[in-house]
Ligand binder design. Sequence first.
Ligand SMILES: NC(=O)c1ccc[n+]([C@@H]2O[C@H](COP(=O)([O-])OP(=O)(O)OC[C@H]3O[C@@H](n4cnc5c(N)ncnc54)[C@H](O)[C@@H]3O)[C@@H](O)[C@H]2O)c1
Length: 246
Amino acid sequence: MQLTGIGALVTGAASGMGRATAGALAAAGAKVALLDVNANAVGTAAREVGGHACVCDMQDPRQIERGVAAAIEACGPLRILVSCAGVGRMEPLVGPDAVPFALLAHTLQVNLIGTLQVVQLFAADLVRRERLEEGERGVVVMVASGAAFDGPMASSAYTASKGGIVSMTLALARELGDHGVRVNTISPGAFVSAMPWRAARPERGSTSPAQPSGIATAMPVPTLTLSPGPIVAGSLARRSQPASWS
Ligand SMILES: NC(=O)c1ccc[n+]([C@@H]2O[C@H](COP(=O)([O-])OP(=O)(O)OC[C@H]3O[C@@H](n4cnc5c(N)ncnc54)[C@H](O)[C@@H]3O)[C@@H](O)[C@H]2O)c1
């Protein structure tokens, strides 16, 4: 897909992988809507990349509806969705640090249910649009995690949320493929970003940037201690392949 002038929505775009993805898409000529709950940071990111900020809390279905509608109005028709928004916390189920159920639910709401709703709203608009020259309409890239396949200690909600994204990828690809929409999911290992796997109790957690070595010991999957650049580049490279959705 040629990216020049193409509308793209990136969730979790205020920081980390989402911020890097938004920058890469904008640099490639796309019109980028940056969606995030962090109003100040997403405003700054949008100014820096020349995109449009959509402030939206992905735990609130109404805010998601408004956020995606604003993105379509500002940058539409949207052909690309990169769904990076996510939260990660150490969430022990039992013991002195046991996490309140509301926080477990929040992780699933933002990472899984919020992602599914964004995909639905994005796709509902996209399938009404004309096909592009090569017959495709657009592409969805979701972000899971190596944790989906090998869950670290005290990550049951996070792991479930990312496993849900992995599981729904084929179902979405099969359904949306009929409409010319490719669906892919990437499952990174740990990398340095603002997501430090904060402890469920803030007073016990670090607010400093990620501690990938700590994550790596808990997550026996390939671990990147790099910026998100190579991942973003890989994702863009896959998007540049000829369309294949059958
Ligand atoms: N950093 C890692 O080691 C790692 C490893 C595997 C997968 N991932 C996944 O990669 C994705 C990006 O993570 P990152 O490391 O760049 O983290 P990050 O914290 O830098 O970025 C996540 C973004 O999501 C936004 N966000 C959080 N809650 C939100 C909500 N309720 N509504 C809207 N936006 C919200 C945050 O404000 C932030 O801008 C996440 O889905 C994460 O689970 C990260």
